[in-house]
Design a protein around this ligand. Structure first.
Ligand code: SF4
Length: 299
């Protein structure tokens, strides 16, 4: 019977594999164990495995691992080592439109989290240019989005359209998605387990679109993309280096995106005084992307 590693060992191996992914190493080879190593790797009478097998054998590697800074990646709970190692259907597909279609097919009629049975009409996958340089990520679909199957189509969507236009772009030039793809009942904030179950699909979307900049709309999107929690005042006003966790881009030259945080348009509808602050965030993004606001035509 195949030996099933204990959960701690699986997590440790998944962490190691993720670390190698952060270094840009994706291909792994299995080396035959010498008989002494095989004996050491066998589970002991207590059912545990020799922990030294998980420790780096070279001091310099151990040192490097101890001091390395964590990349800004999203947390993926209960990540399975087999998910990490198994290639996704879109991997190796150069055309982002085709790759997005493969991700959508992989999502299927998703029932992976409880939101599938809490009144959603349809899955809201994402919309826009598969080669967008700029991506907006919100929290989750609302009633209008759930009805139309497209993110940001209600009043908040109208405001987002205006924000995009003020940046000198059209909605169809950017890509828009949410952390969760099904409407939380009563427009409640998506719960942690729902975000953690759904966000790997968003990460894969980001990895195939390969934007230069991702704008997180609101604290929920920021927290899930950056994998840390802080007040909006601290999150805004700077760029973060962002690599979508657990997702591999087919383009090795893409080294991730810049991530900026601004207010969610629904919040700006409730507190329009913050629009000036949001505009400062967008101007920072415009400067990075070399965008100019549209010139006003004489009336
Ligand atoms: S929110 Fe995401 S993970 Fe949950 S059911 Fe919908 S598509 Fe699936």
């Amino acid at each position: 019977m195949a030996h099933v590693p204990d959960p701690d060992l699986r997590r440790a191996v998944a962490d190691r594999v993720r670390y190698y992914h952060e270094l840009g190493i994706y291909d792994f080879y299995r080396r035959e164990l010498a008989s002494t190593e095989r004996a050491a790797s066998a589970p002991s009478a207590s059912g545990t495995t020799d922990s030294t097998l998980l420790a780096p054998s070279q001091p310099e590697l151990r040192e490097e691992m101890a001091t390395r800074k964590p990349a800004v990646v999203a947390a993926v709970a209960e990540e399975n080592i087999f998910d990490v190692l198994n290639p996704k259907p879109e991997q190796g597909v150069a055309d982002p439109k085709t790759a997005l279609k493969l991700i959508r097919e992989d999502l299927g009629d998703c029932a992976r989290c409880k939101l599938h049975k809490q009144g959603r009409k349809q899955i809201v996958f994402g919309v826009g240019n598969p080669r967008a340089e700029l991506m907006f990520v919100g929290e989750g679909p609302g009633a209008d989005e759930d009805a139309q199957g497209e993110p940001f189509v209600g009043r908040a969507g109208q405001l987002l359209n205006n924000m995009i236009k003020a940046m000198g772009l059209q909605r169809k030039e950017v890509y828009i998605a949410n952390v969760v793809k099904c409407r939380p009942p009563g427009n409640r904030t998506p719960e942690r387990d729902e975000c953690e179950t759904c966000s790997p699909f968003l990460m894969r979307q980001i990895a195939v679109i390969k934007p230069k900049v991702v704008v997180a709309l609101g604290a929920v999107a920021a927290k899930n993309l950056l994998a840390f929690n802080a007040p909006m005042a601290e999150l805004r006003g700077r760029f973060y280096d962002f690599i979508p966790a657990g997702a591999r881009s087919s383009d090795p030259s893409w080294q991730g995106a810049k991530l900026a945080v601004t207010y969610h348009p629904a919040f700006l509808l409730r507190d329009p005084r913050q629009k000036g602050e949001a505009w400062k965030d967008l101007q920072m993004v415009m400067k990075y992307l070399g965008l100019e606001p549209p010139t006003r035509t004489a009336e």
